[in-house]
Design a binder for this molecule. Sequence first.
Ligand SMILES: Cc1nc(C(=O)O)sc1CCOP(=O)(O)O
Length: 205
Amino acid sequence: MAKQLHLISDGKLSLAAFADIAGRVVSFVDFIHLREKEVSSLELYHGVQLLLNKGVPSQKIIINDRVDVASVFGTGIQLAFHSLPTFIVKKYYPDILVGRSIHSVEEAIEAEKQGADLVIYGHVYMTSSKKDLPPKGITNIAIIKKKTDIPLIAIGGITPDNVSEVLNMGADGIAVMSGILHAENPFQAAECYAKKLIQGGKAYE
Ligand SMILES: Cc1nc(C(=O)O)sc1CCOP(=O)(O)O
Protein backbone atom coordinates (compact mmCIF):
# COMPACT_ATOMS: atom_id res chain seq x y z
CA MET A 1 0.00 0.00 0.00
CA ALA A 2 1.18 3.55 -0.71
CA LYS A 3 2.79 5.23 2.25
CA GLN A 4 0.85 8.16 3.69
CA LEU A 5 1.93 11.77 4.23
CA HIS A 6 -0.02 13.72 6.86
CA LEU A 7 0.43 17.47 7.37
CA ILE A 8 -0.47 18.78 10.83
CA SER A 9 -1.32 22.39 11.71
CA ASP A 10 0.75 23.87 14.53
CA GLY A 11 -1.82 26.03 16.30
CA LYS A 12 0.46 29.04 15.78
CA LEU A 13 -0.04 30.01 12.16
CA SER A 14 -3.37 31.69 11.49
CA LEU A 15 -5.92 29.33 9.99
CA ALA A 16 -5.81 31.45 6.82
CA ALA A 17 -2.01 31.10 6.56
CA PHE A 18 -2.23 27.35 7.23
CA ALA A 19 -4.99 26.92 4.64
CA ASP A 20 -2.84 28.78 2.13
CA ILE A 21 0.05 26.33 2.63
CA ALA A 22 -2.35 23.36 2.67
CA GLY A 23 -3.77 24.42 -0.69
CA ARG A 24 -0.27 24.63 -2.17
CA VAL A 25 0.83 21.18 -1.00
CA VAL A 26 -2.45 19.28 -1.22
CA SER A 27 -1.40 17.22 -4.23
CA PHE A 28 1.50 15.71 -2.24
CA VAL A 29 -0.32 14.91 1.00
CA ASP A 30 -2.90 12.29 1.88
CA PHE A 31 -4.35 14.02 4.94
CA ILE A 32 -4.32 17.54 6.37
CA HIS A 33 -4.98 17.79 10.11
CA LEU A 34 -6.43 20.81 11.85
CA ARG A 35 -4.88 20.45 15.30
CA GLU A 36 -6.03 23.68 16.88
CA LYS A 37 -6.40 23.51 20.63
CA GLU A 38 -7.05 27.18 21.26
CA VAL A 39 -9.81 28.00 18.80
CA SER A 40 -13.59 28.04 19.21
CA SER A 41 -15.97 25.73 17.36
CA LEU A 42 -16.91 28.62 15.11
CA GLU A 43 -13.28 29.44 14.27
CA LEU A 44 -12.60 25.78 13.53
CA TYR A 45 -15.71 25.63 11.33
CA HIS A 46 -14.39 28.62 9.37
CA GLY A 47 -10.96 26.95 9.26
CA VAL A 48 -12.43 23.92 7.51
CA GLN A 49 -14.23 26.22 5.08
CA LEU A 50 -10.90 27.93 4.32
CA LEU A 51 -9.32 24.55 3.55
CA LEU A 52 -12.24 23.58 1.29
CA ASN A 53 -11.99 26.95 -0.48
CA LYS A 54 -8.30 26.31 -1.13
CA GLY A 55 -9.18 23.05 -2.90
CA VAL A 56 -8.53 20.59 -0.08
CA PRO A 57 -11.20 17.86 -0.44
CA SER A 58 -13.11 16.94 2.74
CA GLN A 59 -11.84 13.34 2.45
CA LYS A 60 -8.31 14.68 3.01
CA ILE A 61 -9.23 16.71 6.12
CA ILE A 62 -8.84 15.35 9.66
CA ILE A 63 -9.90 17.40 12.68
CA ASN A 64 -8.10 16.86 15.96
CA ASP A 65 -10.33 16.08 18.96
CA ARG A 66 -13.44 18.02 17.87
CA VAL A 67 -15.95 15.38 16.88
CA ASP A 68 -18.70 18.00 16.55
CA VAL A 69 -16.91 19.93 13.81
CA ALA A 70 -15.70 16.76 12.06
CA SER A 71 -19.24 15.34 11.95
CA VAL A 72 -20.63 18.56 10.44
CA PHE A 73 -18.30 18.23 7.45
CA GLY A 74 -17.94 14.44 7.42
CA THR A 75 -14.16 14.81 7.73
CA GLY A 76 -11.90 12.43 9.60
CA ILE A 77 -11.26 12.80 13.31
CA GLN A 78 -7.98 12.38 15.24
CA LEU A 79 -8.56 11.53 18.90
CA ALA A 80 -6.05 12.59 21.56
CA PHE A 81 -5.62 11.23 25.10
CA HIS A 82 -8.18 13.75 26.38
CA SER A 83 -10.70 13.05 23.59
CA LEU A 84 -13.83 10.89 23.57
CA PRO A 85 -13.26 7.12 23.66
CA THR A 86 -12.63 5.65 20.21
CA PHE A 87 -15.47 3.11 20.45
CA ILE A 88 -18.01 5.83 21.26
CA VAL A 89 -17.01 7.91 18.25
CA LYS A 90 -17.10 4.81 16.04
CA LYS A 91 -20.53 3.92 17.42
CA TYR A 92 -22.10 7.28 16.59
CA TYR A 93 -20.07 8.05 13.45
CA PRO A 94 -19.32 4.67 11.87
CA ASP A 95 -18.61 6.23 8.48
CA ILE A 96 -16.01 8.73 9.71
CA LEU A 97 -12.29 7.93 9.58
CA VAL A 98 -11.15 7.70 13.20
CA GLY A 99 -7.49 8.03 14.12
CA ARG A 100 -6.08 7.75 17.63
CA SER A 101 -2.86 9.34 18.87
CA ILE A 102 -0.90 6.79 20.88
CA HIS A 103 2.38 6.69 22.80
CA SER A 104 2.84 3.00 23.65
CA VAL A 105 2.29 -0.53 22.37
CA GLU A 106 -0.58 -1.04 24.82
CA GLU A 107 -2.38 2.10 23.63
CA ALA A 108 -2.04 0.92 20.03
CA ILE A 109 -3.60 -2.46 20.84
CA GLU A 110 -6.43 -0.75 22.75
CA ALA A 111 -7.06 1.73 19.91
CA GLU A 112 -7.40 -1.12 17.43
CA LYS A 113 -9.68 -3.04 19.79
CA GLN A 114 -11.97 -0.01 20.01
CA GLY A 115 -12.18 0.30 16.22
CA ALA A 116 -9.61 2.98 15.32
CA ASP A 117 -8.86 3.17 11.61
CA LEU A 118 -5.28 4.31 12.18
CA VAL A 119 -2.88 5.29 14.94
CA ILE A 120 -0.35 8.09 15.07
CA TYR A 121 2.66 7.10 17.17
CA GLY A 122 5.20 9.49 18.61
CA HIS A 123 7.15 11.37 19.18
CA VAL A 124 9.77 9.20 17.56
CA TYR A 125 12.55 11.79 17.24
CA MET A 126 13.39 15.03 19.05
CA THR A 127 10.93 17.72 18.16
CA SER A 128 10.61 21.33 19.21
CA SER A 129 6.90 20.64 19.83
CA LYS A 130 7.74 18.31 22.74
CA LYS A 131 11.02 19.76 24.00
CA ASP A 132 10.71 18.49 27.57
CA LEU A 133 9.91 14.88 26.75
CA PRO A 134 12.53 12.39 25.55
CA PRO A 135 11.76 10.89 22.14
CA LYS A 136 10.36 7.35 22.09
CA GLY A 137 12.55 6.13 19.24
CA ILE A 138 11.50 3.88 16.40
CA THR A 139 11.75 0.34 17.78
CA ASN A 140 8.17 0.29 19.10
CA ILE A 141 6.95 0.86 15.55
CA ALA A 142 7.97 -2.68 14.61
CA ILE A 143 6.40 -4.11 17.79
CA ILE A 144 3.11 -2.28 17.21
CA LYS A 145 3.05 -3.41 13.59
CA LYS A 146 3.48 -7.02 14.73
CA LYS A 147 0.64 -6.76 17.24
CA THR A 148 -1.91 -4.72 15.26
CA ASP A 149 -3.28 -4.62 11.72
CA ILE A 150 -4.20 -0.95 11.38
CA PRO A 151 -2.00 1.68 9.70
CA LEU A 152 0.64 3.28 11.92
CA ILE A 153 1.72 6.82 11.14
CA ALA A 154 4.94 8.00 12.81
CA ILE A 155 5.19 11.57 14.12
CA GLY A 156 7.75 13.82 15.76
CA GLY A 157 10.95 15.18 14.26
CA ILE A 158 10.47 13.48 10.91
CA THR A 159 12.75 14.91 8.24
CA PRO A 160 13.36 13.71 4.68
CA ASP A 161 16.58 12.13 5.97
CA ASN A 162 14.93 9.82 8.50
CA VAL A 163 11.85 8.81 6.48
CA SER A 164 13.44 5.59 5.20
CA GLU A 165 14.45 4.57 8.74
CA VAL A 166 10.86 4.93 9.94
CA LEU A 167 9.49 3.01 6.95
CA ASN A 168 12.07 0.32 7.54
CA MET A 169 10.51 -0.31 10.95
CA GLY A 170 7.17 -0.90 9.25
CA ALA A 171 5.44 2.49 9.50
CA ASP A 172 2.66 3.05 6.99
CA GLY A 173 3.35 6.74 6.76
CA ILE A 174 4.55 9.90 8.45
CA ALA A 175 2.98 13.01 9.97
CA VAL A 176 4.88 16.27 9.64
CA MET A 177 4.44 19.71 11.14
CA SER A 178 7.52 21.95 11.11
CA GLY A 179 9.29 20.14 8.25
CA ILE A 180 6.68 21.55 5.87
CA LEU A 181 5.12 24.52 7.68
CA HIS A 182 8.44 26.14 8.59
CA ALA A 183 10.26 25.24 5.38
CA GLU A 184 11.48 28.09 3.21
CA ASN A 185 9.45 26.54 0.41
CA PRO A 186 6.62 24.34 1.74
CA PHE A 187 5.76 23.10 -1.76
CA GLN A 188 9.28 21.80 -2.35
CA ALA A 189 9.45 20.34 1.15
CA ALA A 190 6.16 18.45 0.71
CA GLU A 191 7.32 17.18 -2.66
CA CYS A 192 10.57 16.00 -1.09
CA TYR A 193 8.75 14.07 1.67
CA ALA A 194 6.36 12.57 -0.89
CA LYS A 195 9.27 11.38 -3.03
CA LYS A 196 10.98 9.81 -0.02
CA LEU A 197 7.77 7.97 0.82
CA ILE A 198 7.47 6.62 -2.72
CA GLN A 199 11.13 5.49 -2.76
CA GLY A 200 10.93 4.02 0.73
CA GLY A 201 7.54 2.49 0.08
CA LYS A 202 8.86 0.65 -2.96
CA ALA A 203 11.83 -0.64 -1.02
CA TYR A 204 9.78 -1.97 1.87
CA GLU A 205 6.55 -3.13 0.22
C1 LIG B 1 1.60 17.07 17.03
C2 LIG B 1 2.57 16.12 17.56
N1 LIG B 1 2.18 15.01 18.25
C3 LIG B 1 3.21 14.30 18.66
C4 LIG B 1 3.08 13.06 19.45
O1 LIG B 1 4.08 12.54 19.90
O2 LIG B 1 1.94 12.61 19.60
S1 LIG B 1 4.70 14.98 18.20
C5 LIG B 1 3.95 16.26 17.44
C6 LIG B 1 4.66 17.39 16.76
C7 LIG B 1 5.28 17.04 15.46
O3 LIG B 1 5.91 18.16 14.95
P1 LIG B 1 7.21 18.11 14.05
O4 LIG B 1 6.85 17.42 12.77
O5 LIG B 1 7.50 19.57 13.83
O6 LIG B 1 8.27 17.42 14.82
